[in-house]
Write a protein that binds this ligand. Sequence first.
Ligand SMILES: [Cu+2]
Length: 466
Amino acid sequence: MSNRREFFKAGAAVAAGGILTAGLSAPAEAKSFGTYSRWKRSHGGPPESPEYLGKLVSGFRKPSLPPVPVQTPDTKKLPWTMEDGRKTFRLSCEVVKQEFLPGAWMNVWGFNGSMPGPVIEANQGDRVRIIVTNNLPEPTSMHWHGLEIVVDMDGVPGMTQDLIPPGGQFVYEFDLHQAGSFFYHSHLAMQEAMGMVGWLIIHPATAYTPTVDRDFALIFQNFFIEPSSMTADSRRMDWNWHTINGRSGPYTTPLLVKHGERVRVRLLDFSPMQHHPIHLHGHTYWLTGTEAGRIPQSAWIPRNTTLVGVAMANDFEFVANNPGDWIFHCHMVHHMMNHMTYPAGPAMRPNQAVEEYQASIPDTVDQELVIETKETGDADTLPTHLTPGYPQKMPGGMSMPPEVMKKIMGRKEVAGMRKGWHMAVKGLMTAIRVLPHDLYDRVVQGDPSIRPGDIYEETVRRVRAE
Ligand SMILES: [Cu+2]
């Protein structure tokens, strides 16, 4: 193992063109796969080789350092204090107004003013105390999903403890001997459907190898909210609003990474009823962990779509060797849009042809679809016509009010993306931006001189010039 670590800890050596596995006896096969580079699109040796698809190619971070802290776009971390030798966290269960899209403040349930709740980040070996206060209008109970703890801390109402009444409090105490992508949630079904979940991420005592430079954590959720309402309806069996860390695309904040870094994305599906085939463009990732913890390297699977089921968490790892803005999304078509609903107004009648219907509503025929990019001073129009029953005017779709666009386009994380990028990002979609280091710095520092398309075009220019 030490040889392998020695072999991979120098990113530059790998970058120099990849090194074939010692003892490889099939040069023809090796040739067909090529060699691996953290800087270019590359497979990297036969499937048994450690650098195949970047499998064991380490990040730039030194293995002697502790695990890199987790990054949770659009969701805060829960602060703690040390009390009686325990990391002590305070969770308030409460009704929350969460801004799914700019101005779309939805009534859901969560913790400490946030849905999903703030991230509890801890280390293997920590002794923790979590003080849960119930500020909901009904009783609750809190479960620590995946943790092997003493049964009276498991949070199942009736079975392991009494309900926490409105205004009441329950103190949970346990010691963390595991490591992985765990989470906390109310153990009352309808409260789960209202959004009552948060990460409980436990870092291993010693950082995993290969090391990662980035460790992102995202929670995917579905809600049903009637077009005339701003309140989630937990009884519905279908879903029309979708959030990643409490926001719908294109308000989801892109994940920013530097070209060549090794990246981990932890992804939890906490939708009430539906599963998400999670797809990353431009890269192949390795499935390195589940909600139960780390997967042995021999069982890692390379994928670019993985079905993440309800209450399952997956850890993905990849080397960001392909610069550009890459979409990262659930592949269910109804999860790739916002507020999907039939528009109010006349409906198709039985035995009526589409043409007749369209003729009866003059402004749905040959109407121009306006792609609003007013913040850039441009307004593109595309010739099209609306399809009866198809909601082409969904909020967060192609047409959004200027104040909404301003809030979406005004974030530094989206600076220099291609004009119109937001049209492709809806519902359970976000972007992973793999940026050359100097361009990364300009984006992160909020360089005001960046114009729409600048970063994207410069990245493409460089890749094409190689
Ligand atoms: Cu989905």
